[in-house]
Design a protein around this ligand. Structure first.
Ligand code: ZN
Length: 376
C-alpha cells in the first residue's frame, strides 16, 4: 500500500476574514501534527505539492459566467452584481486571492485523484478539499468551487463507478444535485437533520431520480447523536451498500464538524467514529481519496484528520501515546499527546430520540433503497 498527502504551505496565505469560522490554519496545524509525530516519514508515503487547477478544468463543474465573477473577485473588491452568484455573502466573502485559493484547492483534489488513477498511491488525502456545497453558478456554505464535482465527473468519464461517502455534519447538497440521476455515482451522506441545520435538505426521501433512483442515500441524524448512533447507522447501511455497488473508486469526506467540540453543529460524535470509519473503508476501497471538508474547532479538526491519517496509513500506535482522552488536552500541548477523544456516549431523552430516529431511518433506507442498489 502507498499513501499520499497533498498539501501546500501556500494555503496559509489565504483568509476568509478574521471572524469567519472557516480557518485555513486548521490544515497547517494538521500538517504540523503529522510532522511532529513522524507520520509522514514512512517510505511508502509521498508528500505532494499541489498546483493551481488549470482554468479550463474548472469549467467541468462550473459555468463560464460564474468563473468570470470569481475572477473579478480576485482582488477582494466586492461589487453588488456578485451577489447573484452568492459571492460577497457572509458565508462566502470576497477576499484577496479568492480565485487563486479555489484553483489551488481544486488542483489539490485533482492531483489526489490523478495519482490514485495512475496507480502511484492507493489513498491520497487533501485536507483543503471537499467543498460540497458549491453549485454550478453559486457559492454557498463556505464553498466557492466544487472540487468533488470536478473529480467526480473526471472519474465517471474514465468509466469508473464512484462511491461518495460524506461524513461532514452538513448535507452535501452541491454534490447530490450534480449526480442525482447517475447510477454510476453512489452518493451517501451522513449529516445532521436538515430541520435543524444548513442547508436544510438531505432527507432520506431524496433517493435519486431516473436511472439514478436508489443511488442517492441520505442519512440524517438528530441533534445529540453520538458515536453509538452514528456507528449503528454506518454498520447497518454502508457495508451492504458498498458490497452491492462494488465501486472502482471512493471519494470520502472526513468533515470534523460532527464532533462534540464543534461550535456550528449539534451532533456529539467523538473522533473515534471517523477513525472506525477509516479503518473499515481502507479494507473496502482499494483506490480512494480523502478530503477534509468542514470542521470549525481548529484543534479538534486537526487532531481528527491526524487520527484518520494515522489509521489509514497503519500508524495508529503513534496516536495512542497517552491514556488520557484528547478532549482534556485540546487546548494544551497536543503534539506529544494522543489524537483520540474520549468515546462520546451520551444518555437521556435527547439521545433516546436520536437512537429511535436512527432506527427509523435505517429501516426506511433498507426498505426503499437497498433493493434498487441490489443490497441485502
Ligand atoms: Zn460541514
Amino acid at each position: 500500500m502507498k499513501w499520499g498527502l497533498v498539501y501546500s504551505h501556500g494555503f496559509a496565505q489565504f483568509s476568509y476574514g478574521e471572524n469567519h469560522p472557516f480557518k485555513l490554519a486548521r490544515a497547517e496545524r494538521f500538517y504540523q501534527l503529522l510532522e511532529r509525530n513522524q507520520l509522514l516519514s514512512d517510505p511508502d508515503i509521498d508528500l505532494i505539492r499541489p498546483e493551481p487547477a488549470p482554468e479550463p478544468l474548472l469549467l467541468v463543474p462550473h459555468s463560464p459566467a460564474y468563473l468570470q465573477a470569481l475572477r473579478d473577485a480576485e482582488k477582494g473588491e466586492f461589487k453588488l452584481e456578485m451577489l447573484k452568484f452568492g459571492l460577497g455573502s457572509e458565508d462566502c466573502p470576497v477576499f484577496p486571492g479568492v480565485y487563486q485559493f479555489v484553483r489551488l484547492a481544486c488542483g489539490a483534489s485533482f492531483e489526489a485523484v490523478y495519482r490514485v488513477m495512475e496507480g502511484k498511491q492507493n489513498f491520497v488525502f487533501n485536507p483543503v478539499g471537499g467543498f460540497h456545497h458549491a453549485k454550478r453558478s453559486y457559492a454557498e456554505g463556505f464553498c466557492y468551487v466544487n472540487d468533488i464535482n470536478l473529480i467526480g465527473h473526471l472519474l465517471l468519464l474514465q468509466g469508473y463507478k464512484v462511491a461518495y461517502l460524506d461524513f461532514d455534519a452538513h448535507h452535501g447538497n452541491g454534490v447530490q444535485d450534480e449526480f442525482y440521476s447517475d447510477p454510476n455515482f453512489l452518493f451517501i451522506s451522513f449529516h445532521e437533520n436538515g430541520k435543524y441545520l444548513y442547508p436544510g435538505v438531505g432527507f432520506e426521501t431524496e433517493m435519486g431520480a431516473g436511472a439514478g433512483l436508489g443511488f442517492n442515500v441520505n442519512v440524517p441524524m438528530e441533534p445529540g447523536a453520538d458515536d453509538e448512533v452514528f456507528l449503528y447507522l454506518y454498520k447497518e447501511l454502508v457495508p451492504p451498500l458498498l458490497e452491492a455497488f462494488k465501486p472502482d473508486f471512493g471519494i470520502v469526506l472526513f468533515g470534523a464538524d460532527a464532533m462534540l467540540a464543534d461550535p456550528l453543529t449539534h451532533l456529539r460524535l467523538s473522533n473515534n467514529s471517523l477513525a472506525d470509519v477509516a479503518h473499515d473503508l481502507k479494507q473496502r476501497l482499494k483506490r480512494w481519496v480523502g478530503l477534509g471538508a468542514g470542521g470549525y474547532n481548529l484543534e479538534e479538526t486537526a487532531r481528527t484528520w491526524a487520527l484518520v491519517w494515522a489509521t489509514v496509513t497503519g500508524q495508529e500506535d503513534q496516536t495512542d501515546m497517552t491514556g488520557l482522552g484528547g478532549v482534556f488536552l485540546a487546548s494544551s500541548e497536543m503534539g506529544a499527546a494522543g489524537f483520540r477523544d474520549l468515546r462520546g456516549y451520551s444518555s437521556g431523552p435527547e439521545k433516546d430520540r436520536a437512537m429511535e430516529e436512527a432506527r427509523r431511518v435505517a429501516i426506511y433506507i433498507k426498505r426503499n433503497i437497498f433493493s434498487k442498489v441490489g443490497a441485502k
